[in-house]
Design a protein around this ligand. Structure first.
Ligand code: PNS
Length: 166
């Protein structure tokens, strides 16, 4: 971090919905960056059935980080590298939970660097308690009536219940 040139990082993802694992990665990022853009992608590399619309996911993340003006939450369409380049942001943050994440993450990091060689991907390990956690598991467990209150923020849980009740 430097007084002259703030370090800005982008944490991209699907965040459908944001989990405590994502929050942990975002907070860890703020220990090494001055500002963080959490970027919700309209297009995910691994296709998934979505629960929340992209705008709803943005709102959920904004609620979680309300009051922290170091965090900005945006949606983006198209390539991540283009979104980063437009903003002059050279650091992409990704969480690595387990070795099983590694191949997919390394492929994306290498492809992104091929597309824009100034882009660096920084991998952060989450708190061990969250190493099994994913949005898809939260969606599945909540959808089948399981308790996910330990895995998401209260505001996310409230919205999850409302969404699943429909
Ligand atoms: O949370 P996810 O779904 O694992 O995040 C994947 C994401 C959104 C970061 C990735 O799919 C992405 O960057 N999508 C934007 C489109 C893009 O740039 N695709 C090429 C990636 S190499």
């Amino acid at each position: 971090m430097s007084a002259n040139r703030p370090v800005i990082a982008i944490y991209p993802g699907s965040f459908d919905p944001i989990t405590l694992g994502h929050e942990d990665i975002a907070r860890r990022t703020l220990q090494i960056a001055d500002r963080l853009i959490i970027a919700v992608a309209h297009t995910a590399t691994q296709s998934k059935t979505s629960l929340f619309a992209v705008d709803e996911r943005v709102e959920l993340i904004q609620e979680v980080f309300q009051g922290d003006d170091r965090v900005e939450v945006l949606a983006f369409k198209g390539l991540l590298v283009d979104f980063c380049r437009e903003r002059g942001v050279r650091f992409v943050i990704r969480g690595l939970r387990a070795v099983s994440d590694f191949e997919y993450e390394l492929q994306m990091a290498q492809m992104n660097r091929e597309l824009w060689d100034a882009l660096e991907t920084v991998f952060l390990a989450p708190e061990l308690d969250y190493s099994f956690l994913s949005s898809s598991l939260v969606r599945e467990v909540a959808g089948l009536g399981g308790d996910v209150t330990r895995f998401v923020s209260p505001s996310v849980w409230t919205r999850l219940q409302a969404k699943l009740a429909r």
